[in-house]
Design a protein around this ligand. Structure first.
Ligand code: BTN
Length: 254
């Protein structure tokens, strides 16, 4: 329902049937000058992309496949904060609309019952060494049933439908609330910085206090996730008690 999703957001929302990836559509719009807040939502993606070059399974009419153009004036080093921000906004919206108690696994996977329910892909475009724009891609598995998952995702991914014992969620209502939460939190971030986002992230985290292993470019490290610093890096306490930060890559909850 076009009205519902679009009325919660001050940017223009483009609703499309079938695309390769909403990331590419949003990028094209951004390249041709689309203002901050321009969003693209598709019913289906035939070439949906995940992090680390993975594919993102995006079957027709079953999820929210969405990309949003952001144009913050930020040093490049701080763009990972936007990933965390998007995770908080989506997690809040999912909890409000579906009642599913999703949590955030650093940096930006949303889990429900230990399984992945949403992924976020933040891509930045540079111009003369400075941040030009960002595309925040959000993929939420809303009404996927067990047999909508390919073999390799069974047991790894879940959906709001599955977590609610078969009760579907209205995708337009959820998309509208995701956009409203994103806009509110982004506005707060521009006004007050990362601290209010960090507080919310910590409260929704399923990572803090857990034993984790990293697969970061610096190699594999194990320890306890003890906090997050003001840039959004995860703080890891190793077996010898020293605390170091994890800035990129992926972690495993062990
Ligand atoms: C991940 O967890 O690996 C990130 C997944 C991001 C998926 C979304 S769906 C909308 C947007 N378009 C894409 O091709 N990818 C993102």
């Amino acid at each position: 329902d076009r009205e519902t999703a679009a009325s919660c957001w001050s940017g223009k929302v483009h609703l499309l049937e079938s695309v390769l990836s909403t990331q590419e559509e949003a990028k094209q719009l951004a390249e041709s000058g689309a203002p901050e807040g321009t969003a693209v939502i598709a019913e289906e993606q035939t070439g949906g992309r995940g992090r680390m070059g993975r594919k993102w399974h995006s079957p027709k009419g079953k999820g929210i496949w969405m990309s949003v153009v952001l144009r913050p004036q930020l040093p490049l080093l701080l763009t990972p904060q936007l990933t965390l921000l998007a995770g908080v906004a989506v997690c809040t919206a999912i909890r409000k609309v579906s009642g599913v108690e999703a949590g955030i696994k650093w940096p930006n996977d949303l889990l429900a019952g230990g399984r992945k329910i949403c992924g976020i892909l933040l891509e930045s475009s540079l111009h003369e060494g400075e941040l030009h724009y960002c595309i925040a891609g959000i993929g939420i598995a809303v009404n996927l049933d067990a047999d909508d998952y390919p073999e390799e995702l069974r047991g790894v991914g879940t959906s709001l439908l599955l977590e609610r014992g078969g009760r579907p969620v209205d995708r337009s209502v959820l998309a509208g609330v995701v956009l409203a939460e994103l806009e509110a939190l982004y506005t707060l971030y521009l006004e007050r910085g990362f601290a209010p986002v960090q507080l919310r992230w910590e409260a929704m985290s399923v990572t803090l206090g857990r034993q984790i292993a990293t697969n970061s470019p610096e190699g594999r490290r194990k320890g306890i996730a003890v906090g997050m610093d003001e840039q959004g890096f995860l703080l890891l306490q190793g077996p010898d008690g020293t605390v170091s930060s994890v800035c990129s890559g992926e972690i495993e909850l062990i």
